[in-house]
Design a protein around this ligand. Structure first.
Ligand code: PMP
Ligand code: GLN
Length: 388
């Protein structure tokens, strides 16, 4: 019998998120693995979706997205980033950021092209690069600061011998919660311009920055014409199951993503798109409240992890805190995570699964904090039992 799964996808198996959520369900452990909130986002957004389900639109949305959402995405870019976008040619609505990344890469890459990834990287990146028939070249970030060194990025681009076509960035970063600073972004922008790279920026955590600020790469000199920016509603408004995302950028690059997208799903979720248009227009106060609530959860979980004896790298942004389990005598984060539900009734994700070089993160483990206070406290107290 031939293999059922194509060779280029065989290395990928089941995602760690599905694996860890299934483990939590099986063992009844607290799930701090897969990144999703345990409380749903603002009720007015959900009510708008319910209204749209009853009143329509319930037939195919246009492939580019409902015009009302494309306009809301353009207005969001103008409001938060001072970016002017033509909603007809510079916006593509997608089924979550996941499809936005897939459409961008499938639309841009030919077999033999290379993509520069920062590792640890979000797991879908490597799989989509493989689906495009392209190859990845990684640059690592390390504790305690997980800082990206632009010189290492440039060395990787040079080593590709002209094959590097895309620099895929994720800031704020999953899993480490780092936010790329302006100086680093300036250096990366120069590398993109000098080596003629397209930047694909995964900005899904753009509104969840607790310390510092998110500077979109496309706002830097000469970058608007060579950057695709991907985002989505899921993380910002605690609606991860909605899977409404978008890609924005110059018309030619958005057209490349749109070409791929129309044959992936054509279009998605008309009623939800209508509600997301409303969500994006909510007040600054609503955005700030979401962020501030999450900052308090971050502080709560990080304090709990530290008092459990875990070396904790407090994230500046996002949904996750990374710890080093070496501080409680553990030698392997993956084995630790597999045993953790039985030992302590908690699920986390080993950071090494996001790395080509597992040594980069051998003892690092990621915990999600968008959970109710009582859940965070219970998880922390269970983890505290490990070191005793
Ligand atoms: N990129 C990163 C870095 C993520 O953490 C996630 C998970 N929200 C995604 C992309 C996928 O986003 P979506 O759920 O909108 O597809
Ligand atoms: N983004 C989420 C995480 O990092 C998972 C999304 C998914 O399950 N694919 O945990």
């Amino acid at each position: 019998m031939p293999h059922a799964t194509a060779a280029r996808l065989r290395p990928f198996g089941t995602t760690i998120f599905a694996e860890m959520t299934a483990l939590a369900a099986r063992t009844g452990a607290i799930n701090l693995g897969q990144g999703f909130p345990d409380e749903d986002g603002p009720v007015e957004i959900r009510r708008a979706a319910a209204d749209a389900l009853l009143a329509g639109p319930n037939q195919y949305a246009p492939a580019r997205g409902l015009p009302v959402l494309c306009e809301a995405i353009a207005a969001h870019a103008a409001r938060f980033h001072g970016t002017t976008l033509d909603p007809e040619t510079q916006v593509q609505v997608t089924v979550g950021a996941t499809e936005g990344i897939a459409a961008s890469l499938l639309g841009l890459l030919d077999p033999g092209d290379e993509v520069i990834l920062v590792e640890p990287y979000y797991d879908s990146y490597a799989a989509i690069v493989a689906m495009a028939g392209a190859t990845r070249r990684t640059v690592g970030v390390r504790p305690p600061h997980f800082a990206l060194d632009p010189d290492e990025v440039e060395a990787a681009v040079v080593a590709s011998g002209g094959r590097a076509r895309v620099l895929l960035l994720n800031s704020p970063h999953n899993p480490t919660g780092t936010v790329l600073g302006r100086e680093t972004l300036e250096a990366l922008a120069r590398i993109c311009r000098e080596h003629d790279l397209v930047a694909v920026c995964d900005d899904v955590y753009e509104h969840l920055v607790y310390d510092g600020e998110h500077v979109p790469l496309h706002t830097l000199e000469g970058m608007a014409e060579r950057t695709l920016t991907v985002s989505s509603v899921g993380k910002t408004f605690a609606l991860t199951g909605w899977k409404v995302g978008w890609v924005t950028g110059p018309p030619d690059l958005v057209a490349a993503a749109a070409t791929a997208k129309q044959f992936l799903t054509f279009s998605g979720h008309g009623p939800l798109q209508q509600a997301v248009a409303l969500a994006l227009g909510l007040s600054d106060g609503t955005y700030a409240a979401t962020r501030d609530t999450l900052r308090a959860k971050r502080d709560r979980l990080c304090a709990g992890l530290e008092s459990a004896g875990l070396t904790t790298f407090v994230p500046a942004a996002g949904y996750f805190a990374v710890v080093d389990v070496a501080s409680i005598g553990e030698a392997d984060g993956h084995a630790f995570c597999l045993a953790l539900p039985e030992r302590a009734g908690v699920v986390g994700v080993p950071v090494s699964v996001f790395c080509d070089d597992p040594e980069l993160a051998r003892t690092l483990v990621r915990f999600a904090f968008p959970k109710r206070e009582a859940v965070i406290d219970e998880a922390a107290s269970r983890l505290a039992g490990l070191a005793r």
